[in-house]
Design a protein around this ligand. Structure first.
Ligand code: FES
Ligand SMILES: [Fe+2]
Length: 307
């Protein structure tokens, strides 16, 4: 359902964009969270410890031990528990502590497309792209000196498709959003650039690239239809002190030459995104831009509930 601006802000008041909306945050690549490993994450001033048990179950707990408050980031994984080093309480992924009344707060955590995703508040649907049987690969996380608002706005900034990506819109984009959930755009472009990835994309797609992008707060999903095949991407944006840590996963349909297709898909997506990263570094996003789609996008961001 598309909410109109008047419905959302009847008084005409414009809210600030939420820094930490409720929803799913990518906090690591699955391959970087090996059994026995733990890492510290801060989401909306909440300190959390994410770990993987010996049997491979991922867990996320409030970072301070419910006994006396020691930091569990200094703890260690023991079998299926995280052990606090101060008095050796052992906490399970569900927050339960054997032989103790107290429990630790356990956060919702899941893995998809090779990414570890943590839920911060609310019961927002888990962002998804591609099909359940898609094959996925992830790139190394990249630290960018820009706010996730700027990075997500870039995905829906139509004029930069020409100036940065040398793409041309074939027909006007279709835009919609569901208040508090996601913002969606569908569009068809053709390639005008002459770089190596442009040429390959042009040839593969017969120069008609259909894409559907969805923003779910600090995560953007992309589904592309190249005619003969489909691909997908999931881009997670974890706010950091310096800006944003970007996690990317790229997916393809299963089938012959999967490894090769996956490598080409990853290269095409990464080449596309690299162009953005070259220009958004250090950006201070302005929301007074005269652009109807972006204004709608900012209205969508303002509907997200704070964590
Ligand atoms: S503070 Fe963690 S076991 Fe005592
Ligand atoms: Fe872009």
């Amino acid at each position: 359902m598309v909410a109109s601006v008047t419905d959302l802000f009847p008084s005409g008041a414009r809210k600030a964009l939420p820094e930490w909306p409720q929803g799913w945050y990518v906090v690591a690549r699955s391959r970087d969270l090996r059994p026995g490993k733990l890492l510290r994450v801060t989401l909306a001033s909440q300190e959390i410890v994410v770990f993987r048990t010996a049997a491979g179950r991922p867990g996320a707990l409030d970072a301070h031990c419910p006994h006396m408050g020691a930091h569990l980031g200094l703890g260690r994984v023991r079998g299926e528990h995280l052990e606090c080093r101060l008095h050796c309480w052992r906490i399970g992924v569900d927050g339960r502590i054997p032989a103790q009344q107290k429990t630790a707060r356990a956060w919702n955590l899941t893995e998809r497309a090779g990414l570890v995703m943590l839920e911060s508040g609310g019961d927002r649907a888990l962002p998804a792209a591609g099909e359940p049987d898609f094959l996925w690969t992830c790139t190394r996380p990249i630290d960018v000196g820009a706010h996730w608002h700027a990075l997500t706005a870039n995905a829906f900034d139509m004029p930069h498709l020409t100036t940065v990506h040398q793409r041309e819109l074939v027909e006007p984009p279709k835009v919609s959003f569901e208040a508090g959930q996601h913002f969606e755009m569908e569009y068809v472009t053709r390639v005008r650039g002459r770089g190596a990835s442009d040429r390959v994309m042009k040839w593969l797609s017969r120069n008609r690239i259909q894409a559907r992008m969805r923003c779910h707060g600090p995560m953007v999903t992309v589904d592309t239809d190249l005619g003969f095949t489909r691909t997908a991407a999931m881009i997670g944006m974890l706010p950091t002190e310096q800006g944003t840590r970007l996690f990317g996963a790229f997916g393809i349909l299963p089938g012959p030459l999967g490894g090769l297709r996956l490598a080409v898909t990853r290269w095409l997506f990464a080449s596309f995104l690299e162009r953005d990263l070259g220009f958004v570094e250090g950006m201070h996003l302005r929301t007074d831009v005269d652009d109807e789609i972006l204004q709608k996008f900012f209205d969508y961001l303002r509907t997200l509930r704070r964590a």
